[in-house]
Ligand binder design. Structure first.
Ligand code: TRP
Ligand code: ZN
Length: 507
């Protein structure tokens, strides 16, 4: 069922690998309005932003808290608090396919709140506490609504804990034509793919990228299965046929990037890449990958070293990929991208998709759009990284002919412009390819020196933070000293795909 995204990324990969000009998969996208989207909500209200009514201790109405105001998915999240740390203590039994979990969320109220929500679907919720006191709760739409007995004043830290159990139910996101969430492949490997809104299928969460948090995962599975999650493996505790794998994500992470992989896999240290990259590179692999695939996989060190010269330091404590079956795509989960075997088995695709998911660690994961409508900031940058890798490994001419082919393909695609993606086809090819072309047009306009200064400064300024398209434009204008409104307007929001600017015209 997930063939369509595969096609989309395959199109990117094929084009990258051999400059073919296939149609993008997502040609049936609904054209979006050609106007610019409403300005993104950059952050939740700060603790000082209380309304007159709530200035005392009057709590905000639950209805006013639902949704942080995303332009495409307005119901995601809750604006009344800010999650700081999640501790996900989860036991997974693959045989009946059940989860039994206790998730503890350390949060800070951003408004005076009493009833508030978490995004959460499926399972039976057995107990909810606020600051260790058992409280009432109810399920409404895709939310778990928690009723605190007392008002939590704005600015106050509190802890909400949710115990639940049951069989995970994958869900169909409005954004994508297939099912995501906690999935199990035909080889019995379970894994999470959640972008953009599948996190709620496995843990209660304030599910919007504006609310990043740190995470501790304590995943208990039957011995000898392994359980991997984002970040660094702290310890493994075995007890009577079960093992608890404790993973720590010390850098803030958007909820859609949290992942777990459970199954018959090996956690394999890539020592050569580790020493080249300067951070641990470890992969979660089946034992039957081909020599050719393993040879490509070993390029992570070289790739990280190369992109550090362009983007600045790799933003997290570790990197690697997990390989699963029956998944015809790849996803950039923080510090641990997930790859379907589909890509891994075709060395040419594998290399370029490795570059793509790695680049997302800087762009998407560390620097994260504050609004899903700005998704081109993820996919355009990751696609441009592919082209930079082609320039690095095959030369400038190879990159330029690739880009010319991509521009012409976009020109006949009838896809919406990348700055206005439709909510029901968020990851359409325009967001990727024309998103990448936006950056190429910028590079030609401002010249290499200013362009690479912009990209580096962008990665540094917004490291571990959220960002809007306007933030990027403002930064590009200030570093280049040029007025770039026209360029961004036509490339990001114009109906027609502009002609590529002539290389060298400005540099
Ligand atoms: N961000 C993914 C990429 O690297 C695309 C994607 C979004 C995706 N949501 C997904 C892939 C869900 C698989 C499943 O391009
Ligand atoms: Zn991507």
């Amino acid at each position: 069922m997930i063939r369509r995204t595969a096609l989309l990324i395959v199109v990117v990969a094929i084009a990258a690998a051999c400059s073919s000009a296939d149609e993008p998969a997502a040609t049936d996208a609904v054209p979006a309005e050609s106007t610019q989207p409403a300005p993104a909500t950059t952050a939740e209200p700060s603790p000082t932003t209380t309304t007159a009514a709530s200035a005392a201790t009057e709590p905000a109405e639950i209805e006013d808290l639902l949704g942080v105001g995303d332009s495409l998915y307005p119901t995601l999240g809750n604006r009344g608090y800010d999650a700081d740390h999640y501790t996900i203590d989860l036991t997974f039994d693959p045989e009946p396919n059940t989860i039994n979990a206790l998730v503890e969320i350390e949060a800070t109220a951003t408004l005076a709140i009493q009833s508030f929500s978490l995004d959460f679907i499926g399972f039976e919720t057995t107990r909810v506490t606020v600051d260790d006191v058992e409280v009432d709760f109810e399920r409404r739409d895709n939310k778990l609504i928690v009723h605190s007995p007392t008002v939590i004043p704005a600015g106050e830290a509190f802890t909400v804990a949710v115990a639940y159990e049951g069989t995970p139910t994958p869900m169909r996101s409005e954004a994508l034509p297939f099912t995501g969430g906690w999935l199990t492949d035909s080889k019995g490997v379970s894994y999470v793919i959640a972008e953009p809104d599948g996190a709620r299928t496995w843990y209660p969460v304030n599910d919007h990228p504006t609310d990043k948090a740190t995470y501790t995962f304590m995943i208990t599975v039957p011995d000898p299965l392994i359980a991997a999650a984002n970040g660094t493996l702290v310890e493994t505790i075995t007890d009577l046929g079960w093992a608890t794998w404790v993973w720590e994500s010390a850098e803030p992470m958007a909820s859609y990037l949290a992942t777990v992989i459970v199954g018959d896999r090996d956690i394999v240290e890539d020592t050569a890449s580790t020493s080249l990259a300067g951070i641990p590179v470890r992969n979660v692999l089946p034992d039957d990958l081909s020599e050719a695939s393993l040879e490509v996989l070993a390029k992570h060190g070289e790739m990280i070293a190369f992109f550090e010269t362009i983007y600045g330091p790799y933003p997290f404590a570790a990197y690697g990929i997990a390989v699963v079956d029956d998944f015809d795509a790849a996803l950039e989960n923080q510090t641990l991208s997930i790859f379907g075997r589909f890509f891994v088995d075709i060395p040419q695709f594998f290399e370029i998709v490795m570059v793509h998911e790695l680049a997302h660690q800087w762009f998407g994961n560390s620097v994260t759009p504050a609004d899903w409508g700005d998704i081109w900031l993820n996919e355009g940058f990751a696609t441009y990284a592919e082209w930079l890798w082609i320039e690095h490994t095959a030369g400038e001419a190879a990159m330029l002919s690739q880009i010319a082919v991509e521009r012409d393909r976009m020109a006949v695609s009838a896809l919406p412009p990348p700055g206005s993606p439709p909510s029901d086809d968020l990851f359409n090819a325009s967001v990727y390819i024309r998103g990448g072309l936006v950056l190429h047009a910028l590079r030609v306009e401002v010249g290499d020196e200013a362009f690479f200064a912009i990209v580096r400064e962008y990665a540094d300024t917004y490291r571990n933070d959220v960002v809007t398209t306007n933030d990027f434009i403002t930064l590009a204008e200030s570093i280049s000293g040029q007025d770039l409104d026209d360029l961004f307007d036509k490339w990001l929001y114009g109906e027609d795909v502009p002609e590529l600017p002539r290389q060298g015209a400005n540099s």
